[in-house]
Write a protein that binds this ligand. Sequence first.
Ligand code: IVH
Length: 707
Amino acid sequence: MTRDDVQEAGSQVSGGIDPREPGLDEAAAEAARLRPEIERHNRLYHVEDSPEISDSAYDALFRRLQALEAAHPSLVTPDSPTQRVGADPLESLPAVEHAASMLSLDSARDVAEVRRFDERLRKALGDGDIRYILEPKLDGASLELVYVNGVLDRAVTRGNGRVGEGVTENVRTIPTVPLRLRQVERPAPPLLSVRGEAMMYLSDFEALNRRRIEAGDPPYQNPRNATSGALRQLDSRIAASRPLTVLAYDIMAVEGTVFETDSEGVAALREWGLETPERVTVADTVDEIVAYHRAFAADRDSLDYEIDGVVVKLDAVAPRAVLGSTSHHPRWAIAFKFEPRKEVTRIDRIFVSVGRTGVLTPVALLRPVEVGGVTVSRASLHNRDELERKDVREGDLVRVQRAGDVIPQIVERIDEEARERGESFAMPGACPSCGTEPVEKGPFTICPNHFGCRAQLKGRITHFGARGALDIEGLGEETASLLVDEMLVRELADLFDLKEEDLVPLEGFAEVSARNLVGAIEERRHVELARFLVGLGIPEVGVAVARDLAMHFRGIEAMRAASPEALEEIHGVGGKMAAAITGFLGTPDVREALDRLLAKGFRFVVPEAPEVGDEGGWGGKRVVITGTLESFSRGELKKVLEGLGARVTGSVSGRTDYLVAGENPGTKLEKARRLGVEVLDEERLRERLAGKGSDAGVAPAPNAAVQ
Ligand code: IVH
């Protein structure tokens, strides 16, 4: 039995060793000696790869502790190594707030982008020396570990960056995660929030898949999926059986200690017993960064774990606060990505798909090929221009990659001199779904039969039920297609008339699934207005704009009645977007279909603007932003101000309370002066915001103490 097996065997393993039934005090003293001892051997074995004792000696220690705890359950502590075996299953994973926001990273694809990043930093920080810390960019699942007084208190997935899922029970089972920080070189701080990557070594992943195949279970697509799945298990005994590991790379928050550089932070993480990525180093120039990137790229295929680039971070901690963050990423770090992995395959066929807006898209059906761990079998060819530019035909050999490592793309055609090529592909003269003659709009080919084309209706239904829209469970592409083909749904409004008995006879439906779908649709009569707006598929309106529209108009009729000028008053809505919205809502067919949909009786919910006292005087104030600001993009500032209860609008009027004016403000400033609107320059704005920025999208400094 290896030491992993001992742990996998679960808490049932208590027999076998006579606990000699010592009294409670004696048992407590012995358990207190055993725990750090076992954890030390655990670390030596799993983290440092230099075990000092045999597996059987380790087993004996482990079982002795289990026996003591079994005899005296009050002795079980959350940091006891015995707690690594998994606990009773949970009903669901709790939502847990992070100690500091977990932002993403901005990325650079080439050296020029890294140079620009370096120049930006040098400019912002003056002429002093700049030092970067370099690390591999691990391709796993981001995780927060929080230690309170040195003991692992919780582990939280990234989630939306502010709140994630509590996966503490599962993470406790990971042998490389210390349940208690080692305190040999330095004491554990009262609070430490660490960010790291949960992942699987490729060799472990392959062994896991071999075991699954032998057991008749489907293998995982790639280590990242397997990791996320294991982390989010409700039954931690299952997580315990998966070969997870965590490499720590960032201190998100710490109390009682200040690190001047990230390098010191990483060294401290190591001293506390956490495993950190290999080859962490520092660099002073872009050339050194490039050399590091090149070396890792060359070794990429021989590493036992997946990486998709290197991460470059400003090493000094204090200046990071000066640079700040956007709501998405810190300005002091960048991911220097590797070229996406490319593979070669053949195009079996090219067909045309019709989307919800009527656009005819040529799609290549590929001989399935694995690209970076994911099987790719089709790739969009986008439009006529792309078709012509790539000049790919049925039967051609092509190189494919996953753009942004997600969406499959054909990069280029590979010439085969000996092979006779097929005909070049021409867009059809009739919509493949409804037969209508398409019209050409720029490079796009469009079926103009918006209300009579089944393919478009299928697309609209799928979009209406999609996650960012009404989120109707069970209303995916297949079901939408079935509902249209069976003539049960001729427009969106018909969804709300569906009955269980209509669905039961359909292929793939049974009583329960029919009831569930009808129920899920019914439930969505009560829905957030923004989701409904997304669901309508208004041109140019994505999730963010829909939210702004909902917050501004607070009801659908007010929005339908709005003029383009009224729409433009909303920050972020420009002339083109306003015209697209009014144009769409004003089309007679759309207007009538929307009337029929609304007649089904919706109750729309619009969240209140965030309640905030009148601290700083922003609550309910109308603010317009103009010109270029040094420390914020306009979008970021908008978020910050809205977080403080202000309404940010796009144009100055007599009702505007403040105009925030950056450099080159233009006509809005003149208008504000004319109307007597108070103008805030960046300095006054900063004074007004002082102390109120950190929970409104501006990330705290990496070492910010958590109050
Ligand atoms: S630093 C805000 N360092 O990359 C800065 N991130 O696209 C904190 N990642 O989800 C992140 N390796 O989980 C950092 N050495 C590394 C990393 C790393 C992988 C992940 C991270 C994040 C993603 C960003």
